[in-house]
Ligand binder design. Structure first.
Ligand code: PEP
Ligand code: MG
Length: 564
């Protein structure tokens, strides 16, 4: 009798959704790095440098050639990686190391280590580029030694590719008919692996940690790129069924055409979140019916001085142009906390998320808000917007009825439709006093969750709390929708919650009229809504509200809507 293998589950950061079931393979190992080596005689050092240059040039040429035959982000990544191999600063450091007597292999290691420290010290996006540096180091060392290029193994059947960290060059060269899912020990959601996996649309999980190394080559695994889980030795029938149901779902998403409505015809407006004209044009190519959140502060993160009214209007016009016949909701500057805007003169605060951010900045600098509203009104006028293409404006971080009344007055003076974000729990609780001043509200579930759960939305340790499935958050949304219905005020959701198809059903059941999400999420949400009835949504909402916690809420809703 065949022995049943023990099944284990590993978890990482979910990057690209999708379910795959196949055997694991590991990437061809990187070369052993030399620690140092015999000192090169002085007269041989120029030749040693020439040896390095020849190896580096070969690696760069190979990457450039692959870059030429690839497309889009993959091509850009390959060309950028080749650029690193040709980088004069890096080559100069290698030459310096060779000139002090190190063999070329060690000179490459030492030079790269120096650059990695510099990139790590810079942090953020730069720190994630250290994978690219390690990659070029390993390729050049393998070339210097005459060894095979490290990277993808040759396979002849579909596999799940495991790696410590995939180099951009490896990821860009992937044949997705064979490498049907990617799992990495390291990396982050904005690493190159993640960027290209998104472009290739292959299920991908990163940052699994050392546990990933327990999965040996040849082990059958099921990868769920939505949940971020890898299950070894899954039940074959269950895994095959999960893949089939994912494929069916993907087919429905691809075939879905708006406008969004439930199976029994309950309409929900599906809108897009954007930060500039380019994102708005991308959104216009989806089934989005308009823009539900234009994050204006993101246009000005690098501006050192406040743009003039005319210059701001030009920026806003670019977004309006993408949706000349549809609703666009512009949010006034939400500077502060994790979005520093130099000209908003933010103070150094101990707790910036609880400090002078969003609308609160305008209390000390009212002119800034006046000029922005003037610019929005000017852009709307220049773009010929009117009743056919309404311009809605909302303020972030509204906490009191007085703030809502004040903001609304400023909008009305300029002929703009006035609204507020509901993202401070006080605003949800005081909705009956706030809404009479406004034409609409839009619930920012990202901040509403952070403030309701008293948990920093940027903290990875508190991710279990900063989950919009938290029933406490859903109860505040329910209350807001009830007041919205009573006062005839439109209630939308523009936080990340609107991008989760299951949660979108719950929000619909709670009474939300519009959902605004990243362009990439729109078809998934629309397709899901088309498979459920409004009553299903109501039942899902009741179950979620009644659950004891976020996980229980999600499980209850999944069970209710699984067949839909
Ligand atoms: C929110 O808080 O949910 C929101 C949409 O705004 P931001 O994420 O920009 O703070
Ligand atoms: Mg917010």
């Amino acid at each position: 009798m065949a022995e049943t293998q023990q099944s284990n589950t590993y978890k990482g950061t979910a990057v690209v959704p999708g379910i795959a079931y196949a055997k694991a393979v590991w990437i061809t190992p990187r070369p052993e790095l030399p620690t140092s080596g015999p000192v090169t005689a002085e007269e041989s050092r120029p030749a040693e440098f020439e040896r390095f240059v020849a190896a580096a040039d070969t690696v760069a040429e190979r990457l450039e050639a692959r870059g030429k035959s690839a497309h889009g982000a993959a091509s850009e990544v390959l060309t950028a990686t080749a650029g690193l191999v040709r980088d004069r600063g890096w080559r100069k450091t290698v030459r310096k190391n060779i000139n002090s007597g190190h063999p070329a292999e060690y000179a490459v290691v030492a030079a790269t280590t120096k650059f990695i420290s510099m990139f790590e010290a810079a942090g953020g996006v730069m720190a994630e580029r250290t994978t690219d540096l390690r990659d070029i180091r390993d390729r050049v060392i393998a070339e210097l030694r005459g060894e095979a290029e490290p990277g993808l193994p040759a396979v002849d059947e579909p596999v799940v590719l495991f790696a410590d960290d995939l180099s951009p060059a490896d990821t860009a060269a992937l044949d997705t008919n064979l490498f049907i899912a990617l799992v990495t020990e390291l990396g982050g959601p904005t690493s190159h692996t993640a960027i290209i996996a998104r472009q290739l649309n292959v299920p991908c999980i990163v940052a699994v940690g050392a546990g990933a190394t327990e999965v040996t080559a040849g082990t059958p695994v099921m990868v769920d790129g939505s949940l971020g889980t890898i299950v070894t030795h899954p039940d074959e029938a269950e895994a095959t069924a999960a893949v089939a149901s994912w494929e069916e779902m993907a087919r429905r998403v691809a075939e879905w055409r708006g406008p969004a409505q439930t199976a029994d015809g309950h309409r929900v407006q599906l809108l897009a979140n954007v930060q500039d004209g380019k994102a708005a044009r991308t959104a216009a190519a989806t089934q989005a019916e308009g823009i539900g959140l234009f994050r204006t502060e993101l246009c000005f993160l690098t501006a050192t001085e406040e743009p003039t009214v005319e210059a701001q209007a030009d920026v806003y016009c670019k977004v309006f142009e993408a949706f000349p016949e549809s609703k666009v909701v512009v949010r006034s500057l939400d500077a502060g906390s994790d979005k520093p805007v130099a000209f908003a003169s933010l103070a150094d605060e101990m707790n910036p998320a609880l400090g002078v951010r969003g609308l609160r900045i305008a209390r000390g600098n009212e002119g800034l808000l006046h000029r922005q509203l003037d610019a929005i009104a000017l852009a709307a006028e220049k773009s010929g917007r009117g009743d056919h293409a309404p311009t809605w404006v909302m303020a972030p971080m509204v906490a009191t009825a007085r703030e809502a009344k004040w903001f609304s007055g400023l909008c009305k003076e300029r002929g703009l439709v006035a609204g507020a974000m509901i993202e401070v729990p006080a605003a949800a609780l005081m909705a009956d006093k706030i809404m009479p001043h406004l034409d609409f509200v839009s619930i920012g579930t990202n901040d509403l969750t952070q403030y309701t759960m008293a948990a920093d939305r940027l903290s990875p340790q508190l991710a279990y709390l900063t989950d919009p499935w938290q029933p406490a958050v859903l109860r505040l949304i329910e209350h807001t929708c009830q007041i919205g219905a009573k006062t005839n005020t439109a209630v939308g959701v523009c936080g990340e919650a609107a991008a989760d198809p299951l949660l979108a059903c719950v929000l619909t059941g709670l009474g939300v009229n519009s959902l605004s999400a990243a362009s990439t999420a729109i078809a998934g949400v629309g397709a899901k809504l088309s498979q459920v009835t409004f009553d299903d949504c109501r039942q899902a909402a009741l179950a979620a509200i009644d659950a004891a916690g976020a996980r229980a809420a999600k499980e209850a809703v999944r069970a209710l809507l699984a067949d839909a």
